[in-house]
Structure formats: C-alpha cells, structure tokens
Design a protein around this ligand. Structure first.
Ligand SMILES: Nc1ncnc2c1ncn2[C@@H]1O[C@H](COP(=O)(O)OP(=O)(O)OP(=O)(O)O)[C@@H](O)[C@H]1O
Length: 264
C-alpha cells in the first residue's frame, strides 16, 4: 500500500513519556507525521527535542507510550554532528560508499542533487560546517527516504550558508516528495516552508501553523515578542503584494516599507 494518503501517518507517537532517573524529560506527547509535510520542532534548551527525535527514530524506548512506524517508512537522518577519528582521514566519496546496499549510481545522484562533486576527494575531517551538512544530507538521501529527519541542520553554518543549505533542503524535498521533521532554532529561516511548528518544553506547549504558534502566548513567553514578530514576518507566503493603486510593491522576500505598511 502506498502511503500517499494524508490520513496515514508515517510515524505516530501516542502518549509518550520519557523519564531519566528522577527527571521527566517528556510527557503526554502525541504527534503524527504525515507524508509530504514539514514539521519544525522548537523549544528551549533541555526542553526534550533531542530526546523526542531519539524516541521517534526508535533509538530510545519511551518509559511509557507507543511509537508506531508505518511499514513503508524510510528515514533519512541528518544528525547534529558526527564523530570522526582525526587520525583516520576519510574522503567524502569513501564516506558515502560506506552505506550498505547502495549503488554507485545512487551515490552519484545524491552528489549531484547536493552539488558536492567538487568535494568528493576532500577529507571529511577538513570540511567546513556548511560542506559537512551537505555531505550528511547527501548520505541521508541515499536510501530515498520518505521522511527526512534533521537535527539542527544550521548549526556551525554561517548565515549565507544557512540560507543556501535551507534552499537545498527545500529542493531535495520537492525532488523526493518526502516529509521533513526538523529541530531548529533558526525559525526566521525555516518557518516560511513549515506546515506545522511543535513547541516542546517537556510537553507540547503549543502546535500549529507558524502564524498560529508565533501568536501563542507560550511561544512568546519562551522566545520573546520581538522574535515572534520576526517569525510572523518571514512566514508571509505571497510572492508579491499590491499597493492601494494596484501596483506590485514587493517580490519574493524583498518587501518595501510601503508594502509592509499596506500589508498590516
Ligand atoms: N541519557 C540521559 N540521561 C539523563 N538525562 C538525560 C539524558 N538525555 C537527556 N537528558 C535530560 O533530559 C532533558 C532533555 O534533554 P534533551 O537533550 O532532549 O533536550 P534538548 O531540547 O534537545 O536540549 P538542547 O536544545 O540543549 O539540545 C535534559 O534535562 C537532559 O539533561
């Protein structure tokens, strides 16, 4: 059975609770991830985001609750960072070929999709933050995932690189038609293409569209009113607006003062 119906989740979390010793890291977590959707998980440090990813990926068994993976689920996972042995240099090409059961053609496809051909002979240990993220993304795509899980993909990447990397993630999603689940602090960059934001602080504090969440008092309390306004601004989806005379006054993300005022 194809899981292209919006009704069948790729992953379902039911009443998840995770306790570490005396500490409750997560409780009452109910979450469904549907095909072709983009979910961004936000929350304060120590709020349980990484723990939630581990539970989702079945790397950690919850203390209580159920994790249901659809049988056709194929996950591509981009971790926050990987540990590389400095004394054992490995090229990008070799690193990508370590994944079992993957053909040379599939590696080639991923290299082209992520535009990393110029890096294939480079040592993994010498890549910049942005280059490393591209390589990790290429590796995650090798098994043609229908769910891409990204744990803070913009960490260690400079601002210009972040926008470029995010565009690559966006293109990848369009090409593979996959769902994306991402933990990110860079809401102003990722929000525009996010269908749902889930704000976690041990439990789900608020969830919904970026517009809805950025106006939620809990979100404003956690992230501040100014930040919340920026998020609302970046979630403005139209690629143009008209002024009172009917002329187009902004295109893409480039807004003139006039159109911002008109938009309010
Ligand atoms: N293996 C563990 N043993 C004990 N406590 C843990 C363990 N893993 C996580 N914790 C605790 O659970 C809480 C949630 O941690 P988690 O790493 O999931 O938060 P986070 O939202 O990802 O944080 P950050 O934004 O700082 O990465 C923290 O208080 C953390 O100290």
């Amino acid at each position: 059975m194809q899981i292209n119906s919006i009704k069948i989740p790729l992953i379902e979390l039911q009443n998840i609770k995770v306790v570490f010793g005396a500490k409750t890291a997560l409780q009452n977590i109910n979450l469904s991830i549907y095909p072709n959707t983009v979910i961004t998980i936000v929350g304060p440090n120590g709020g349980g985001k990484s723990t939630l990813l581990k539970v989702l990926l079945k790397l950690l068994s919850p203390t209580d609750g159920k994790v249901i993976h659809h049988r056709d689920l194929r996950i591509g996972y981009v971790p926050q960072k990987i540990h590389l042995e400095q004394s054992l240099p490995i090229t990008v090409e070799k690193f990508l070929s370590l994944k079992k059961g993957i053909s040379k053609a599939e590696i080639q496809d991923a290299i082209e999709l992520l535009s990393i051909k110029h890096l294939i002979h480079s040592s993994m240990q010498k890549l910049s933050g942005g280059e490393m993220q591209r390589v990790l993304l290429a590796r995650a795509l090798l098994n043609k995932p229908n769910l891409l899980v990204l744990d803070e993909p913009m960490q260690g990447v400079d601002l210009g690189g972040q926008i470029e990397l995010y565009q690559l993630i966006h293109q990848t999603r369009e090409k593979l038609n996959c769902a994306i689940l991402m933990v990110s602090h860079d809401l102003h960059i990722v929000m525009a293409d996010t269908n749902e934001v889930v704000c976690i602080n041990r439990h789900i504090c608020c969830a919904g569209s970026p517009e809805k969440v950025s106006n939620d008092p809990t979100f404003i309390h956690l992230f501040g009113a100014q930040f919340s306004q920026n998020v609302a601004f970046y979630t403005h989806h139209h690629n143009h607006q008209h002024n009172m005379h009917g002329d187009v006054c902004c295109i893409g993300n480039k807004h003139s003062v006039q159109c911002i005022n008109n938009g309010r």
